[in-house]
Design a binder for this molecule. Structure first.
Ligand SMILES: C[S@@+](CC[C@H](N)C(=O)[O-])C[C@H]1O[C@@H](n2cnc3c(N)ncnc32)[C@H](O)[C@@H]1O
Ligand SMILES: [Zn+2]
Length: 267
């Protein structure tokens, strides 16, 4: 973190931050945030209750580790190319998407993950020491303006004003949203004949196109075989409450159907 001092600003007063050897991140107005022994910083300025649990993030990690999103990681890395120096994943959860993408990029790239759920960041810091992990709120993020070449926003809420503030000139956002086929085999069995089965993201796409320059959309759809043991993890990796007897779910493949929205900073 010390080497990347320049990325941070105080989430309270927006002042410049200094990373002190004593394990504190402090601004000129003495707002101070502790670097936890697990290797992350909590920048939240108010208590936040998240519905995302430790169990959910551990399950998400197992599903991502099983390779279900490798194609997505390759697509994102292809878009980023080799010249990025700093990437921020907003709503990074347990951090595996950021880590997998960074592994496909140049060794120098600095990867920073932020999530409002402390359990997600704790899980990320536990498994991946070499990235910068922050508990923080997108509405009030602890980063300096024009700091990042790319912002990732994968299956998470967004704050486009903040993204435009944080991106360098010419920097880009890559937002990933689910499409109608996403995990359809699972949803069909859990929500048979329920309205929860459907996704519509046209409003999201419209807003994205309004907020960023040269916006483009790119859909990726593929099926992945799935081991039986992973089915309960798929059920546990979402807070939507996909309650069903996992024994009753008969699944040997799942569809990944996602849209990547890519747009440049409006500056
Ligand atoms: C569906 S999860 C996706 C996590 C991860 N990107 C992934 O795909 O595995 C949505 C994430 O957004 C985070 N989130 C929600 N509101 C947020 C906010 N205001 N600031 C930062 N993160 C937020 C949640 O805590 C959660 O980890
Ligand atoms: Zn401050």
């Amino acid at each position: 973190m010390k080497e990347n001092n320049r990325l941070f600003c105080c989430p309270i007063c927006k002042g410049v931050m200094d990373v002190l050897a004593e394990g504190e991140v402090v601004c000129g107005n003495r707002h101070s945030f502790t670097i936890a022994k697990q290797g992350y910083v909590n920048f939240l300025t108010r208590a936040v209750r998240s519905m995302y649990t430790k169990n959910l993030f551990e399950s998400r990690k197992m599903v991502i580790d099983a390779g279900l999103y490798n194609t997505l990681h390759n697509e994102i890395a292809k878009i980023i190319g080799n010249s990025a120096t700093a990437i921020l994943d907003t709503g990074c959860g347990e951090g595996s998407h950021l880590v997998n993408v960074c592994e496909l990029l140049n060794d120098e790239v600095v990867g920073v993950g932020m999530d409002i759920a402390k359990e997600g960041i704790l899980t990320a810091a536990k498994y991946y020491e070499k990235k910068i992990w922050c508990v923080g709120d997108l509405a009030c993020s602890p980063f300096r303006e024009q700091s990042f070449d790319y912002i990732l926003n994968i299956l998470s809420p967004a704050n486009y004003g903040e993204f435009n503030r944080l991106l360098k000139n010419g920097g880009k956002v890559i937002k990933v949203v689910p499409q109608s086929g996403y995990l359809q085999e699972l949803r069909k069995q859990v929500f048979a004949h329920s309205e929860k089965e459907d996704y519509s993201n046209e409003q999201t796409v419209k807003r994205f196109y309004e907020q960023f320059l040269d916006a483009k959309r790119h859909r990726i759809t593929y099926k992945m075989p799935i081991e039986k043991e992973l089915v309960p993890k798929l059920m546990e990796m979402t807070p939507l409450g996909w309650h069903a007897e996992t024994g009753a779910i008969d699944l040997n493949e799942v569809t990944i159907d996602l849209e990547l929205l890519v747009g440049s900073c409006k500056r």
